[in-house]
Design a protein around this ligand. Sequence first.
Ligand code: PEP
Length: 254
Amino acid sequence: MQKERKLIIAGNWKMNKTVAEALDLVQGLKRELGAVKEIDIVVCPPFTALGEVSKQILDSNIRLGAQNMSEQNEGAYTGEVSAGMLKEFSVRFVILGHSERRQYQNESDALVCKKTLAAHAASLKPIVCVGETLQEREGGKMEEVLGQQLRGSLAGLTKEQIADTIIAYEPVWAIGTGRNATPQQAQQAHAFLRKTLAEQFDGAVAKRVRIQYGGSVKPGNAREIMCQPDVDGALVGGASLEVRGFSDIVKNSI
Ligand code: PEP
């Protein structure tokens, strides 16, 4: 499909896959997707599998992402992992501010912003997640919430940094529920996010930013969502855990 920006499709494996299972999955993905040039493909395994998956995809078109990182560089932060540590495994992308972290770890926009700046300082490309709850959407607050999350999570970035940041629009009501946003709902939210980026930074840079859609993306709905002019890829949870599901999403989006 003809797109203004190259599509980027990332699999967020969340807290799934042992090292052996991760290797199985990534070997299958290499087999199925090894020839794909039209789309940037990223897998985000749990921290424990990054090292082995990294070796497995060294000579492939699949790139490595992490699911989170600390805003700190090093020190007494028990249980945390820094950008520098991710770089040791050739990680190129990092998901930040996923709604599950905002909900269960109380991550605020200010913290997500610190992490985003730390990722850029280490030359990692952040995938910054924003999205409204069903209650917020039904209460007519979608734009207010998205605008606030976006501005708060990207405050202080330079234009160069924002051009190298990926935004993931993930309506909370669509994550893991089997209820995806319609292509029209996704387009409307993405267009709003791009307009907000143009106001916060400038129009030219806003046109360069890739905005992924995330929330119950499946092989059957990927193409019509990816066709939308302001949708530049997908962040995939559940369907990224199986070779067939993830590779069909990518193939159906070419
Ligand atoms: C996600 O959590 O990033 C996600 C989009 O999950 P799912 O595809 O399972 O809705």
